[in-house]
Design a binder for this molecule. Sequence first.
Ligand SMILES: O=c1ccn([C@H]2C[C@H](O)[C@@H](COP(=O)(O)OP(=O)(O)OP(=O)(O)O)O2)c(=O)[nH]1
Ligand SMILES: [Mg+2]
Length: 148
Amino acid sequence: MPVTVRILRLPHGAGLPLPAYESEGAAGLDLRAAIDQPQTLPAGDRALVPTGLAFELPGGYEGQVRPRSGLAAKHGVTVLNTPGTIDSDYRGEVKVILVNLGAEPFIVEPGSRIAQLVVAPVTRATLVEAEELTRSDRGAGGFGSTGR
Ligand SMILES: O=c1ccn([C@H]2C[C@H](O)[C@@H](COP(=O)(O)OP(=O)(O)OP(=O)(O)O)O2)c(=O)[nH]1
Ligand SMILES: [Mg+2]
C-alpha cells in the first residue's frame, strides 16, 4: 500500500539525490553516505554513518534500516543492528551503523549507497498482564527443541 512520507534533506545531504526505489518492485529506498571525505572502516570496526536525511513517517509505520546484500557478499559489510528501527516520531537524522565483518578495510565513499530503508506497518500491542498463560503443545520448548 503506497504511503506518503515527508523527508527533509539536511545541509550536509543537500547535494545527494533523494533516496529512490532502484527498481519497480524494490522494497527498500537506498540510503547514501552523507560524508565529504572517504571514510575507512577497518576490518572488525563499526561506524555511525550519516545519511543527511530526516523522515516524518506516518503513525502506524516504521522505517527498517537494512543491509545491502552486495556489500555483505562482496565485502562483509553489513548493518550491525539490522534491522535498525526508525520510529515514526523520530525527527532526527537517520544514521546507519555499518560494521565491517570482512578481512580487509572497507572505504565508504561519499554519496555511496550503504543501506536501504524499508517502510513497514507496525502493530502496537495492548498488554494484558495474566496470572498464567494458555497451554500450548510447544509449551516452553524452543531453541532447537524440535530437532534439526
Ligand atoms: O539504525 C538506526 C536505528 C535508530 N536510529 C534512530 C531512529 C530511532 O527512532 C532512534 C532510536 O532508535 P532505537 O530505539 O533503536 O535506539 P535506542 O538505543 O533504544 O535509543 P532511544 O532511547 O533514543 O530510543 O534512533 C537511526 O537513525 N538508525
Ligand atoms: Mg529505543
